[in-house]
Design a protein around this ligand. Sequence first.
Ligand code: CAO
Length: 477
Amino acid sequence: MAKKVTGKTKVKSKSKAAAKKVAKLKAKKPAAKKAANGLPKPSTKPYGQAGKALEGVRILDFSHVQAGPTCTQLLAYMGADVIKVERPGVGDITRGQLRDVKGADSLYFTMLNGNKRSITIDSKHPKGKEILERLIKHCDVLVENFAPGTLDRMGLTWEYIHKTNPRMIVASVKGFGPGPYEDCKVYENIAQCAGGAASTTGFRDGPPLVTGAQIGDSGTGLHLAFGIVSALYQRIRTGRGQRVLCAMQDGVLNLARVKLRDQQRLAHGPLTEYGQHGEGIPFGPAVPRAGNDSGGGQPGWILKCKGWENDPDAYIYFITQAPVWGAICDLIGKPDWKTDPDYAAPPARLPRLRHIFNTIEQWTMTKTKFEVMDICNAVDIPVGPILSMKEIAEEPSLRKTGTVVEVDHPKRGKYLTVGNPVKMSDSITDVRRAPLLGEHTEEILAKELGYSAAEIAEIKTSGAITAPEKGARAEAA
Ligand code: CAO
């Protein structure tokens, strides 16, 4: 069982005596805990007090930048012990990128590495390799998103890892899956472009656009987390680890699947719910950019609200959902549209969407986005205000649910981060600050890997966990 040591940091004892004790307990416990059907009896502890979903799972986290760290932060939120391995004196490159506070780890880093522990190891140093071997034996999952071939060059091939710990799951993010581009380095926007998102985002008469949401990095990290949890579940049956690969192109395509749906529909005629159909503009061979058209079967558009002249976010997304068409007509002062054959039924409205939304906008422009929200929701019309990041940061309900969390950091002070977006009734997330570079190196060497004080002193002088020379610390741009 995890043992509380200081504050909120939990560590596992790895001494031989403790291991024996645990083995003894394990040998006795199942019989007492199992119900007649062979499954564990439901815990009698109150909900939220029976540990966390992934408690006991140990992650060897080699990830950097965003895609991998998103994944391992989610696993840490779910209770996994995430040990982040970083290069001595350098660390994850994002520690120094887009810095807002001099001398402190950036928000880029701190918002992606909460609830983790940091150990510095030079993976190319012989002693570093030895420490890594112990970590591989100790952990359940290795997560990495290095450029293709990097892990192999460190000597950490699948064959070596699998031989060292047959139960280990090796989870990787790469830009592309096997094929012509498998050796390419990839960043967020490249994935958005290669996964079909950019060509279908933006306005028809403008260039392809990337979105602010990091669907290439964070989206792929999310997919990888799902793969890891599935592999952990399968391992219960098979007893062996496996490789889990998420290509960023595949992750983006999975999120853009409705556009591949539309690509196939094009073979059978125009996409009638796209605004361009109503405007009489013919479709080309590929799915076009659809501006703010709804991606589903209920037409929608972004409309101006009161104050739009000065506030770039005074807009609302308005959906003309068929079942509430009558309520929409009443609200905007067009009750005759309820029976007018040009407007009464959804197919009749499709060629007139531009005119319909212009008319609705005349009404929304007389109200603030929050007034539109209140009035429309009272009669079940689906609308959504365009919320600025400022409004989201200040929204009390998001603070209350733990989706936006304020944490304290010894070097940068208080900062906001995004908590666990998945809420579970029996696995409650407590968000903790990101670790300093190598903050837990000695703790992990001693308590997890069983190194003695003398051995640790020797490791320190070997150069395996410290920066090679003073002044070599990289300050990333
Ligand atoms: N000790 C010693 N060396 C270490 C180390 C450690 N603890 N950690 C990393 N390194 C070394 C690697 O061995 C590698 O060196 P070599 O190339 O000499 O073998 C070097 O650091 C750089 O690693 P990298 O190749 O992953 O990084 P990069 O800056 O060249 O590329 C990126 C960055 C993101 C483009 C690339 O990692 C990539 O394509 N990853 C896969 C796709 C991905 O995840 N993209 C998302 C990026 S944003 O989330």
